[in-house]
Structure formats: structure tokens, C-alpha cells
Ligand binder design. Structure first.
Ligand code: SF4
Length: 432
């Protein structure tokens, strides 16, 4: 979501006539922050400390700080760094271009855009000219779940679904400009519409509407919460031809005891039933997940249940993290905390097992013929005659293909035979 937010801001600023530049030439620095990992605040403080030097040499230079850390620290940035003249939260992003105009017109002004709205703050449509082959479209913002470890409901606010007319209009426009693949984004897309008092489509209906748009080759969505995924969404994987056989379904822990302490509101059995139904609707579905090791109170037995789930589900890939406290969330108060070295050792064991599954899943792709949507060239020339390009198969796996020079293959869907599996990607050869 941060990548998508930054891309929107980049397009908006370029529409205003601003241009991207090297750090030493910049007049404005915009920093979009994330607080999902540890100590992001410190990183931003050291970055701003460094950028402050530019403002000493060129007094007109200023910075804006946005995203989750800005939401938490707020106007505190003004006090610490005179360079900072704008702070904005995720709901304030839509108003940043206007705020920048005001800041450029008044060198003494400082502005904060930190209020949470109780509706989805619609952003100006700034898709102009060339659009990417693969684009993100927001469907909602914020989250109502308050999982014990998570800062998101405090930094991105309560769940706000975007109007389906606006979502569909953006999708239609992207398709008309040449986009082939759309990824719908939200913290918890499966509860889309539930904050609109029955006046909005369900997420399943939205998928069918977008999946039915002529000219769209691929549709994906992220992120799902297992407790909210409904049977119609699961069935959609077998019914909507544009819907890619790929789902990111955060598990977090394989232990019912830990899941309960986390406030996730599903059990391992319920999760396994969802996986069973997904595999029956779409046997080729690629599943990925998020996992936290060392949640307060996690025993070796709890952890072994997480390893067990990896083997029962067979995830294609996973993102795994050591638990760390985030100020203000419930799990900060939970005891006992797990020792750093135990967390590190569990994470290493989990990642070793995941790497084995990933290798096996990738090896299973060799010999398959798949449409690959080419995203970009790695610019590597092979003997001056061919160029290496990277794309994705329907399951979202990265595929490298070597293609003749002199042509732009970006945004093309090519039929490819997978010939080799690597640690995290595949190599294919074009067959037509
Ligand atoms: S559902 Fe996801 S975003 Fe929402 S509180 Fe839980 S972990 Fe955070």
C-alpha cells in the first residue's frame, strides 16, 4: 500500500510540474514511512538529520513526512527538524498536492494533515499517458481488527471502503490505457463494504464485476484475513477466468493458543478448511502467508505447530518476522517475552523449512507452459544479441526470459515454457 501511495504521489507531483531529481539537487524531499518493522522512527530521524544539511545550504529546501510514522509522531517532527514543513497521515495523502502548492507559496507555513476521515478519502485520478502493465487499485483503507500486535488500526485508522463506482471507474480507465493486470489493495479486502451499512457491494460481487471487465487479463488482490474470507470469494477462484491462482493469506501462527492471544479469531482447523476449499476450487492455487515467531508466551510446542502448518499447507512462499513490541498495542503488555536468541533460532528454523517448500514448489513448475506478463528488462545483454526480461506467471512467480534485442516487450503476455527453477524464481523460454 505504501508503494501504491508513493506512486500516486509521484504522478500527482509530476502533473503539478515538479520533476524527480537526485538528492543533492532536490528542493523538496517527501518521505513515505512504514512502521511495520522495528525502529523505523530512528531511521527517519537519521535520514532527516542528514537532509537538514541541504536546508542549511539552501534555505528554501523543505521536507514532508508521510505514512504511519508521521501519523504517530505528528507535529513532533516540526519541533525536531526545522526542515520539515509538512506531515501527513494516510488519510491526508489526497490533500498533499494542494498542501505543497501552499507551502511553495509561503515559506513560513507548516502544515499537518493527520486527521482520520470516516469515509474513504477519494484521490484525484492522475493516470495519464503511459500506464504500467500491472497496476494497484485501492479498494479500502484502514482496519477494524485490532490484532494484539498490530499498529495499523492506530496509524491507518478504522476501515473505510471506497465506493465501488469509483473503483470500477479507475479499473476501466486503466484497462483503456493499456493495463493488463490489476491488484486490488486494502488491509483487509475480505471485509470490503461492511462499513457501508449494506449500501455497497460485497467483496465477492466486486471481484465478479471487475473480473468481468473486457480487456483485463489478470486480477489479484491483497490482503485477506482468514476470518473474513467468504465461500463466494473462494468459489470465485474457480469461476472468474481473470482471477489469478494466487492468494496471500496471513496465518501468523499455527498454534490455536497463540492465535487466540493475537486476537486473530480463527483456529488452525478453520484455516486448514479454507485451504482445502481453495485447493478444491482452484487446484493450482499458489498460497503465501505471513508468520510471526516469538509472540509473547510462544512455547516450543506452539512454534512446532507453526512448522506443522507449513507442512500441512505447503506454502509457495512466506514472509516471516520475529515478534517485536510496537508502542501502544495490546501485546506490549503480554508476558513472557521471548528471548531474542530463541526468536532468532526459531526464525532460522522456520525459514529453512520454508526454503525447502519454496524450492519444491518452484521445481514443480518446470516443464509447464504458462502465460507470463512481462514487467521489465534487467538490461543485461547476453552477447549483445538478447536481453533478459522479467515477468510473472499467473501464480505470481517471477520468471526470467531471454528475448531478442531492439524491442520493448513490457506489458506483453507471452506464452512461456518453464525450463529451470532457481531459489526464488524461474527461467522460461518463449514458445510463441
Ligand atoms: S487484520 Fe491485519 S492490518 Fe488489521 S489489525 Fe490485524 S494484522 Fe493489523
Amino acid at each position: 500500500m505504501n508503494v501504491s501511495d508513493s506512486q500516486w504521489l509521484d504522478r500527482s507531483l509530476q502533473t503539478m510540474g515538479l520533476t524527480p531529481s537526485r538528492e543533492e539537487d532536490a528542493d523538496i524531499f517527501l518521505i513515505n514511512t512504514c512502521s511495520v518493522r522495528e525502529k523505523p522512527e530512528h531511521k527517519i530521524y537519521s535520514l532527516l538529520g542528514r537532509l537538514q544539511d541541504y536546508a542549511r545550504l539552501k534555505p528554501h529546501v523543505f521536507a514532508g513526512v508521510g505514512g504511519c510514522v508521521a501519523q504517530q509522531v505528528g507535529r513532533g517532527f516540526f519541533e525536531r527538524f526545522p526542515l520539515v514543513r509538512l506531515v501527513f497521515g494516510t488519510d491526508g495523502l489526497a490533500m498533499v498536492p494542494e498542501a505543497l502548492k501552499r507551502l511553495l507559496g509561503d515559506a513560513h507555513l507548516k502544515t499537518s494533515l493527520l486527521d482520520f476521515e470516516d469515509y474513504y478519502p477519494e484521490r484525484e485520478d492522475n493516470w495519464n499517458g503511459e500506464v504500467p502493465g500491472q497496476a494497484f487499485v485501492n479498494v479500502m483503507q484502514g482496519c477494524d481488527n485490532y490484532c494484539a500486535y498490530c499498529i495499523v488500526p492506530y496509524t491507518r485508522g478504522r476501515q473505510k471502503s471506497r465506493r465501488s463506482e469509483d473503483i470500477l471507474a479507475e479499473c476501466r480507465r486503466l484497462i483503456s490505457l493499456g493495463t493488463k493486470e490489476i491488484t486490488l489493495l486494502g488491509q483487509n479486502v475480505n471485509s470490503y463494504g461492511q462499513d457501508r451499512n449494506g449500501q455497497e457491494l460485497s467483496f465477492a460481487d466486486l471481484l465478479y464485476e471487475i473480473g468481468g471487465l473486457a480487456g483485463l487479463d489478470r486480477l489479484r488482490f491483497t490482503t485477506s484475513h482468514p476470518k473474513d474470507i467468504d465461500s463466494r470469494v473462494i468459489r470465485a477462484f474457480g469461476e472468474i477466468s481473470a482471477l489469478c491462482p494466487q492468494l496471500h493469506l496471513p496465518l501468523q501462527s499455527g498454534s490455536d493458543r497463540v492465535l487466540e492471544a493475537m486476537g486473530r479469531r480463527y483456529t488452525r482447523e478453520e484455516y486448514l478448511n479454507i485451504v482445502r476449499d481453495l485447493k478444491s476450487a482452484c487446484p493450482d492455487i499458489a498460497l503465501s502467508t505471513d508468520l510471526i515467531v516469538g509472540f509473547p508466551g510462544e512455547t516450543e510446542e506452539d512454534f512446532s505447530q507453526t512448522l506443522d502448518m507449513l507442512n500441512l499447507v505447503g506454502f509457495d512462499s512466506s514472509f516471516s518476522f520475529k515478534y517485536s513490541d510496537r508502542t501502544g498495542v495490546r501485546s506490549c503488555e503480554m508476558q513472557p517475552k521471548i528471548a531474542v536468541e530463541i526468536k532468532a533460532e526459531r526464525l532460522a528454523r522456520l525459514q529453512k523449512l520454508q526454503n525447502e517448500w519454496t524450492a519444491e514448489k518452484l521445481a514443480q513448475r518446470v516443464g509447464r507452459k504458462e502465460p507470463v506478463l512481462i514487467e521489465n528488462s534487467s538490461k543485461k545483454q547476453h552477447g549483445g544479441e538478447t536481453v533478459s526480461w522479467t515477468g510473472r506467471d499467473p501464480g505470481g512467480r517471477v520468471v526470467h526470459v531471454t528475448l531478442p534485442p531492439g524491442r520493448d516487450f513490457g506489458r506483453q503476455l507471452l506464452q512461456v515454457e518453464i525450463v529451470r527453477a532457481h531459489k526464488h524464481s524461474l527461467t522460461g523460454e518463449v514458445i510463441k
